[in-house]
Design a protein around this ligand. Structure first.
Ligand SMILES: C[S@@+](CC[C@H](N)C(=O)[O-])C[C@H]1O[C@@H](n2cnc3c(N)ncnc32)[C@H](O)[C@@H]1O
Length: 223
């Protein structure tokens, strides 16, 4: 039964994860926003000195609910949202236009570029509800695959710290193994985050999936 339930979950998750409404002028809006960094490679190795703050990055920010709320309550940190689709970042740009924060910037690019953009710049990397890529032949596209964990090696300033949340048990288990294989130590692990007594800012997907009754997993690792 559990197997059948997991299969159903996977189908639902794939269906919902892949749906992103394309917004017609999103590219132009994101490109011309003062909140967007259009030449991120020019800041490589200089983010901290440029913004005079510690740098926290979220890859796959989507429409940016989590990173915007994090930026609001942590004015001493510079947050950078890395997202490959302008149609997703569009909503974050509109939110920032209505209610600006000066410690949040957007980079519209694929995560495969991450080590061309950052070099010893980042303090914490957030991976929230990353696409699960359920087929084995697609596992290398997961943001916690060996390929990506190798890329993350050079982006951290000092201590490497990654915080991941997901509703997808298979992706979670895969990621725990991947982190450990890359010599990360586990700082905290939550197998049912919403029943743990800790402060938590929910992402858009987290809200959506927890309302549907999905359990939320979280892991914080460091080395
Ligand atoms: C399932 S959504 C989650 C959005 C958000 N983190 C949340 O929890 O609400 C995954 C997001 O990651 C983005 N994404 C997936 N692969 C990416 C990659 N290789 N580089 C940058 N963004 C990526 C997708 O475009 C999508 O917006």
């Amino acid at each position: 039964m559990l197997y059948a339930k997991n299969i159903n979950c996977a189908i639902i998750v794939i269906g919902v994860y892949m749906r992103l409404k394309k917004i017609k002028n999103a590219d132009t809006v994101v490109l011309n926003s003062p909140f967007t960094i259009n030449n991120p490679k020019e800041y490589k190795g200089k983010y901290k000195e440029t913004f005079k703050k510690e740098i926290y990055v979220e890859i796959g920010s989507g429409r940016g609910k989590f990173i915007y709320e994090m930026a609001k309550i942590n004015p001493n940190i510079m947050f950078i949202a890395v997202e490959k689709y302008a149609s997703a970042l569009y909503k974050l740009v509109k939110r920032l236009e209505l209610d600006p924060v000066d410690n949040l910037k957007l980079v519209c690019t694929d995560a495969s570029e991450i080590d061309d953009i950052f070099d010893k710049d980042i303090s914490i990397l957030y991976l929230n509800f990353s696409d699960p890529w359920p087929k084995k032949r697609h596992h290398k596209r997961r943001l916690t695959s060996d390929i990506f964990l190798d890329k993350y090696e050079s982006i951290f300033f000092d201590k490497k710290e990654i915080v991941m949340k997901t509703d997808n048990q298979d992706l979670f288990e895969y990621s725990v193994v991947s982190f450990v294989n890359h010599n990360y130590k586990i700082k905290n692990i939550y197998l049912d985050l919403h029943n743990a007594d800790i402060f938590n800012i929910k992402t858009e997907y987290e809200e959506k999936f927890s309302k549907k009754g999905f359990r939320i997993y979280k892991i914080e690792v460091y080395k």
